[in-house]
Each structure stands twice: as structure tokens, then as C-alpha cells.
Design a protein around this ligand. Structure first.
Ligand SMILES: *[C@@H]1O[C@H](CO)[C@@H](O)[C@H](O)[C@H]1NC(C)=O
Length: 208
């Protein structure tokens, strides 16, 4: 059960980094510039990114001059000597890709070896209207046991890639608001820990 819990919590992370994290900074309905990168194009960007990563060569990527690179919550210079860019040695085989052509975002959960040691690697790329990467947001979890579980799984469970019939889909806004409850819940837990009087059950945790 532990394994599936871990995967479920990572799923929240992916849901939050893909188009959803922009919800906190950009009004949801804001008009987007026309984007020219469909799902195939986004997946190509992702695979180019991963190849460049293990080649330790950021220059193989089309990036904007002000590309924002984030690794484990820190904004870092995007150079061959930065963090995992200097350490990644081999790509793993597990890869679960989330593409969102409507916002030019693509993200993946994957596995990677750093100096031969397995880790879980999550990445989100933002492709701008000129086909350049403007944001690279990554999380590396140095957990060889977790990485081995993904490798054993081999590929994402089928349910992830089964299309939900249109009439059964919930709206993008509802998906975003449900995901954000996870974060508001975390915030409230912090408040409760700091102040007993806050333990009044105000936060809504329901994932329906
Ligand atoms: C994606 O875009 C490419 C290049 O514009 C095009 O050749 C391809 O047919 C498109 N694929 C899909 C599935 O629309």
C-alpha cells in the first residue's frame, strides 16, 4: 500500500505543476497567446530535454534567454554544472507524460540514475509561442527504493491513459480547485500546529 500511496501523492504533485500551478499566479481565464506545439511536439521537447540532461549539455535545448530553471524549489542558474545537470548518468525506463497543448506545458514522472543510483525525477517544461523553453521546473527525489518501484511497474497503470467519456468529465476549473484543496489543507495543518484555536475544522479536504 505504501507504494501506491507514494504514487498517489506524486500524482498530486504532477497535477499541481502541470497547467495547474499557474492558477495561483495567472488568472485562469486569461487569454493565452496562440501556441503552435501539439501533444507530439510537446513530447518531443520532453524527450530532447531528457537526452540533453544526461548529455550534461543545456545548449542542446532551445531556451529563451531568461529561461527559469527550478530544481527542488530553488531557482538556479541553468548550466551544465548545476545540480542534477552534472550528476544524471542514465535515464530510467518508467515515463509518465502529461501534455497540455492549450497552455504549452508538458510534464513527466520518470526515473533516472545519478552516478548509478536510482532517483525519481519529475519535470515540467513550458514551451512558449516561439517553440522555446521559458520554464523548467524539476523535482528530484533521491529515493532509490521508490525509483525501483517505478521501474518494476514499467509503465503507468492503464487507467491513466484511458480516455474519460466527454459526458463524464468534470471541468478544468473544478479539477484545479480540487487540487488546490491539497495545498490549502497543508497550509491549514501548519496553522493548526501553530495555534490550537485554529483547530475548528474549517478547511475542506473532500476529494469527491
Ligand atoms: C502536430 O503538429 C505537427 C507539426 O505541425 C503535424 O505534422 C502533426 O500532424 C500534428 N499532430 C497531431 C496529432 O495533430
Amino acid at each position: 500500500m505504501k507504494a501506491s500511496l507514494r504514487i498517489a501523492s506524486l500524482a498530486f504533485w504532477a497535477a499541481s505543476i502541470s497547467p495547474f500551478s499557474s492558477a495561483t499566479t495567472i488568472p485562469l481565464q486569461q487569454a493565452q497567446p496562440a501556441l503552435n506545439c501539439n501533444r507530439t511536439c510537446l513530447e518531443t521537447h520532453l524527450s530532447t530535454y531528457l537526452s540533453a540532461l544526461i548529455a550534461h549539455d543545456p545548449t542542446l535545448l532551445p531556451t529563451t534567454p531568461s529561461v527559469k530553471y527550478v530544481e527542488n524549489d530553488q531557482i538556479l542558474p541553468f548550466t551544465p554544472s548545476t545540480g542534477i545537470w552534472s550528476l544524471a548518468s542514465t535515464l530510467g525506463t518508467y515515463r509518465h507524460i502529461f501534455s497540455d497543448p492549450s497552455t504549452g506545458n508538458v510534464a513527466a514522472f520518470t526515473t533516472i540514475l545519478e552516478n548509478g543510483i536510482g532517483a525519481i525525477y519529475i519535470v515540467r517544461l513550458k514551451v512558449d509561442a516561439d517553440g522555446k523553453l521559458s520554464e523548467i521546473e524539476t523535482q528530484i527525489t533521491r529515493d532509490p527504493t521508490g525509483a525501483a518501484r517505478y521501474e518494476k511497474l514499467g509503465k503507468p497503470e492503464d487507467v491513466w491513459v484511458q480516455a474519460v467519456p466527454i459526458e463524464e468529465r468534470i471541468s478544468r476549473e473544478l479539477l484545479i480547485s480540487q487540487t488546490n484543496k491539497y495545498y490549502s489543507g497543508l497550509y491549514e495543518v501548519g496553522r493548526w500546529a501553530a495555534d490550537d484555536e485554529c483547530k475548528d475544522g474549517r478547511s475542506v479536504w473532500a476529494f469527491k
